[in-house]
Design a protein around this ligand. Structure first.
Ligand SMILES: [Zn+2]
Length: 307
């Protein structure tokens, strides 16, 4: 993706540890194989307070708290190991990644301002918080092991740059456009919030069985993937920023975080009723669906007879 020298969003809020280089993950902690890309799940915490926070957040998001507490595919191992000291010099790679994220966020602002105004609406830009290791959001306390997420309560996207940096290695989803897809997916949840879709889904999920609730979550997540595709279409049309292989990187990343692939990797088998984000094939397909037209209306995953 061509991004150097382009406009960077002013909506980036940097809450990383001062002067921290890439810390990587503390020993004993690994990235989750579930809970990724932001429905607001959090890592199970060790203490009682953490569990309370977890339950509160799970209630806000309509997630069954026990699913989080017993692992539920989140797969986080706890550690109390401290990160490196704050005297670690700033890593040029992390600074570059920060600038890249700010450019992608600016692209989402341009794309969604245009898409909203075409339908007579006004787009309100989200903030994007960069953090290290753990962060306090209006949706509760979250550790970076849950992956990037969006919090509707404060309308902010939360990202630990270490996650983006390690996507290629840990998820087999390398490339800058794979990273851009992650940012665009989270902004997709913001768009759903502005359109009132998230609130309606949240209400609906409270009235149905766990299995039906999961099915609604899948449709919400696939729509965020489709919105990421809408962003890619509009950004390319307006700015011609794509390079060879970019679309494949995004499709590959969408497939890499499919429930089936992650479950097969973590448990060796899949439980379709427990899917909350969709299969690899579905995630790639809905990204492509948004990409093919650039229209919000093309992303009605809730009316689609099949996903
Ligand atoms: Zn999501």
């Amino acid at each position: 993706m061509k991004w150097e020298g382009r406009r960077q969003s002013r909506n980036v809020e940097d809450r990383r540890r001062p002067a921290g280089g890439f810390r990587g993950l503390p020993p004993g902690m690994r990235f989750p194989t579930g809970g990724r890309f932001g429905r607001g799940g959090v890592a199970p915490l060790g203490g009682g307070l953490g569990i309370i926070a977890l339950v509160v957040i799970a209630l806000i998001f309509g997630i069954d708290p026990s699913a989080l507490l017993n692992g539920g595919g989140i797969g986080v191992e706890q550690t109390s190991a401290p990160g490196p000291s704050s005297s670690t010099p700033a890593s040029p790679r992390e600074e570059e990644l920060k600038q890249f994220v700010a450019v992608v966020l600016a692209d989402t602002e341009d794309a969604w301002h245009a898409a909203f105004s075409e339908s007579g609406r006004t787009y309100q830009e989200p903030r994007l918080v960069l953090f290290s290791d753990a962060v306090q959001s209006a949706c509760g306390y979250a550790q970076s092991a849950v992956g990037p997420f969006y919090c509707p309560a404060d309308r902010k996207v939360y990202i630990d740059l270490a996650f983006l940096d390690e996507m290629g290695g840990r998820l087999g989803a390398g490339g800058d456009f794979a990273q851009a897809y992650v940012v665009a997916h989270e902004v997709g949840h913001h768009v759903q919030t502005l359109l009132g879709i998230s609130a309606r889904v949240r209400e609906a999920r409270e009235r149905v069985s766990e299995e039906e609730s999961n099915a609604l979550s899948v449709r919400l997540e696939l729509q965020a993937d489709c919105f990421a595709g809408v962003w890619a279409y509009r950004t390319e049309r307006a700015k011609q920023v794509l390079e060879d292989g970019d679309i494949d990187e995004a499709l590959n990343a969408a497939a890499a975080v499919g429930d089936d692939r992650l479950q097969r990797r973590s448990r060796g088998y899949v439980v379709p009723e427990s899917f909350t984000h969709g299969t690899s094939e579905q995630r790639a397909r809905w990204f492509r669906q948004g990409l093919s037209s650039g229209r919000i209306g093309a992303c009605d995953t809730f009316s689609a007879p099949s996903l």
